[in-house]
Design a protein around this ligand. Sequence first.
Ligand code: ARG
Length: 460
Amino acid sequence: KEAKLWGGRFKEGVTDAVERFTESISFDKQLYKQDIKGSRAHASMLTHQGLISESDRDSIIEGLEEIERRIENGEFNWRADREDVHMNIEAALTDMIGEPAKKLHTARSRNDQVLTDFRLWCRDAIDGILVSMKQLQVSLLTLALRNEGLIVPGYTHLQRAQPVLLQHLLLAYVEEIERDAGRLVDCRARMNFCPLGACALAGTGLPIDRFMTSEALGFTAPLRNSIDAVSDRDFVLEFLSANAITAVHLSRLGEEWVLWASEEFGFITPSDSVSTGSSIMPQKKNPDPMELVRGKSARVIGDLVTLLTLCKGLPHAYNRDLQEDKEPVFDSVKTILGMLEVSAEFALNITFNRERIQKALPAGHLDATTLADYLVNKGVPFRTSHDIAGKSVALCTSKNCQLLDLSLDELRSINPVFEEDVYDFLGVENAIQKFVSYGSTGSACVASQIDYWMKKLEMK
Ligand code: ARG
């Protein structure tokens, strides 16, 4: 068995069970790019500070380039007995270039190294998620543009409430995702500080320049406190929280589309390309991708809970428990990217069943609140208007008709304030025109918001 890089004081090697249990190479090899990037910056800084020679630096950097090439071509031999990505790369570099490689870990610990890698990795992951978020927003807006003018029932308590433009509802999702993106941008900015040079926890007596490595790696600045630098996982907690919120948004979207695709609603027909069938029921066509978007939100929430639980009892500074911080993050990122991608694809493969929706609109007295507003315009106090409109609805219920089917005499029998112009307020088409407040579902307001988003998403 090969001696461990840390093996100086040990007389015996670890058991196979311990080796299997403590390794992280099976998952942290994902950090190889960031690890190599960090080592290059570190080696250059060591040379600049006179800690290693230029020729040592050059062979280190050449060796790292070769290792990166091998990893990318699948030629690199990842070894569990070398524990993790950091020691795999360092040991392979030593195999390759000999003595100079042994100087690379000067003024560095795996504790600051792993966090440098991890912050770089999360930074890249955020940039990728932001791209996918924008693609989903563009898909939702595309769907909105294809369905201009379509009125759908708006619900509260899943009961018919008021008519809304479909575009208005779709833009609500776009707004949510915009805030989700904003959370990631904030998180990225707070995350973008460099732990490298904090070493194990206390810093170092060697004359390193942390500002130099921080800048070379694109960080805003080195972290101020070396203990904090190797202890902190709140950057991951924040990242996973942001992902969990996004996942909840996507899950609600999934739920809505699954409902709408049901025979009972029948508002949308997803295309075959985003549906799957049943192994026993020949007639079935299920909206599985959106069910799985709803389902996978559970994992993303779970990933956050795992990390919160992992961190809550840890004394400062590094504890090996923290090696468990990576898989939930990798899982959260992979899952959220999949959820965003499939939601965007689903959006582009939905047909709204206009006739079916049209037929559904008269049910549920969606114009009752507009009727109350009509009475307010006539000078009736709102509480009284509410009561009059409520009585009008009750009359409809007993006659099994809609508000616009009531005659003026019938309305006047409830309250004499009604006049002929009431019919301009009744029916969903009329009702939708009456919305004028900022942010409302009125056509003009929605049109200007569509315009806003098309510009913002560079769709025109
Ligand atoms: N693989 C370890 C992790 O991910 C690297 C840091 C190990 N540090 C140590 N002192 N054992 O946390």
